[in-house]
Design a protein around this ligand. Structure first.
Ligand SMILES: Cc1ncc(COP(=O)(O)O)c(C=O)c1O
Length: 452
């Protein structure tokens, strides 16, 4: 076992292919359904908002999918990303566990999101599309797609969930530096936005609403496609560069993780780090994978596994996933990127089949671990990523109780330098723990009956 603090790879060690877990799933995914006919959605159902290459990846069962040279050229700006051994955090926790983290916040946009934004912009450009629309919760995905569109000389329109737009004005400026147009969602720009504003003029928005707005525009304009930063199979596929690199780095350090942890919003940074390790699990190796979500939006731990829509207006296909109901309005917690009612069908299937685990935590506990991490390791984590930190801290404390040398690997999916309003609230004791009310969940789950 090496004693290095930073485990680095060389540029030539960037993976050349993404890992497609669909090739190895013990139980294949149920097909997405057309929201109107309820029949399996084929490529034609998706072709007016996505390019064919991405639709093919969404459905592919090939184990390895080559990363195009143009995408690799851009990945080289920040990849391979470092793995750190959190020695100072281990010491602070007085744990015999070894804690490692993969740091994706070194990307220009500050998170793991450019791994897929660059790939999606590339395939869209290749298919002749010049404009992309999207939603953003925390602002990390909007920043990543704005960057990717700039690199491929495309226009980018971002619908930013109202509560984050107000909490993080500089995220908007950041996207505008790259040339994107940013609207708070719900907005008067679209019919879906206008409908919500008429009913709820003070709506704080949700990812489900912002997705409806972005998809609506892409459906209406032939030169415009829609790009999603989470949930879908091809998005997780692109994120597997994280886990593939991490596997090589852990091997270099001479250790193998007992548990791999990621925060969970739609499932892609978790899937990105965990899926390459799950390939080993399918081949008989012992490894746990743990997805961590907020108690205020507990999709995996309290949601139902069934067919639901990905958005509020009903434009997206029905997908079989864990869901709180597409009308579920999560409270305005600070981890905006984790306020999604649904989950990746791949992560959902694995959880349903007992191959991965999920935990939900309160935001004050999560921020406590985030501050402990920052004070020991120096990096200020994104509030989303802080959920993974809290998961790792909890595992390390359990290992201390059990006197176990558990090896923990987590994904630090982004930095929190635009999230200081949230830290300010935490340090000023103004952060509430909004736990979800069971009546709200029952009501939004009832609505699924009419679509599922
Ligand atoms: C830093 C960060 N981590 C995680 C997420 C959650 O997304 P996913 O579950 O797709 O990784 C987000 C989403 O905005 C994010 O900004």
């Amino acid at each position: 076992m090496s004693d290095e603090t930073k485990i680095l790879l060389e540029e030539k060690e960037i993976p050349q292919a993404w890992y497609n877990i669909q090739a190895d799933l013990p139980n294949p995914l149920s097909p997405p359904l057309n929201p109107v006919t309820k029949q399996p959605a084929g490529p034609a159902d998706l072709a007016n908002i996505f390019p064919m290459d991405l639709i093919a990846q969404e459905m592919s069962r090939e184990r390895w999918i080559d990363i195009p040279g143009e995408v690799l050229d851009i990945y080289r700006l920040w990849r391979p990303t470092p793995v750190f051994r959190a020695k100072r955090l281990e010491k602070a926790l007085q744990t015999p566990a070894q804690i490692y983290y993969k740091y994706e916040g070194v990307s220009p946009a500050g998170s793991h999101k450019p791994n897929t934004a660059i790939a999606q912009a590339y395939y869209n450009k290749k298919s002749g599309i010049n404009k992309l629309t999207t939603e953003t919760g925390a602002g990390q995905w909007g920043s990543a797609l704005s960057l990717a569109c700039r690199f491929f000389d495309m226009e980018c329109t971002v619908f930013m969930v109202r509560v984050s737009y107000d909490q993080k004005p500089y995220r908007r400026s950041f996207m505008e530096v790259y040339g994107a147009k940013v609207f708070p969602s719900p907005s008067p720009e679209t019919a879906s936005g206008r409908k919500i504003l008429a009913e709820h003029p003070d709506s704080s928005g949700s990812l489900g609403i912002a997705i409806s707005e972005a998809v609506e525009i892409a459906m209406q304009r032939p030169d415009t496609n829609y790009s999603l930063g989470s949930v879908l199979n091809h998005v997780i596929l692109h994120q597997t560069v994280i886990g593939l690199e991490a596997k090589a780095q852990m091997a270099k350090a001479g250790v193998y993780p007992d548990v791999v942890i990621g925060c969970h919003g739609g499932g892609t940074n978790f899937g990105g780090i965990a899926f390459p390790f799950l390939q080993d699990k399918f081949n008989g190796r012992k490894v746990r994978a743990l997805a961590v979500e907020p108690l205020a939006c507990p999709t995996l731990t309290k949601g139902k596994f069934l067919y639901d829509l990905g958005d509020v207006a009903g434009f997206t296909p029905l997908m079989e996933m864990y869901t709180l109901g597409h009308n579920f309005m999560p409270p305005g917690i600070h981890a905006g990127g984790l306020r999604y009612h649904g989950a990746s069908p791949l992560v959902s299937r694995l959880l349903h089949d007992g191959l991965i685990e999920a935990q939900a935590y309160k935001q004050t506990d999560v921020f406590k671990s985030a501050v402990l991490f920052a004070r020991n390791e120096g990096i200020l984590p994104a509030p989303e990523s802080a959920h993974a930190i809290h998961g790792a801290v909890t595992e390390a404390l359990e290992a201390r109780e059990a006197g176990e040398k558990r090896v923990i690997l987590f994904n630090l999916s982004g930095h929190g330098y635009f999230d200081l309003t949230a830290y300010d609230s935490y340090l000023g004791n103004r952060l509430d723990d909004v736990e979800y009310a069971p009546e709200d969940l029952e009501a939004s789950l009832r609505d699924i009956g009419s679509v599922g």
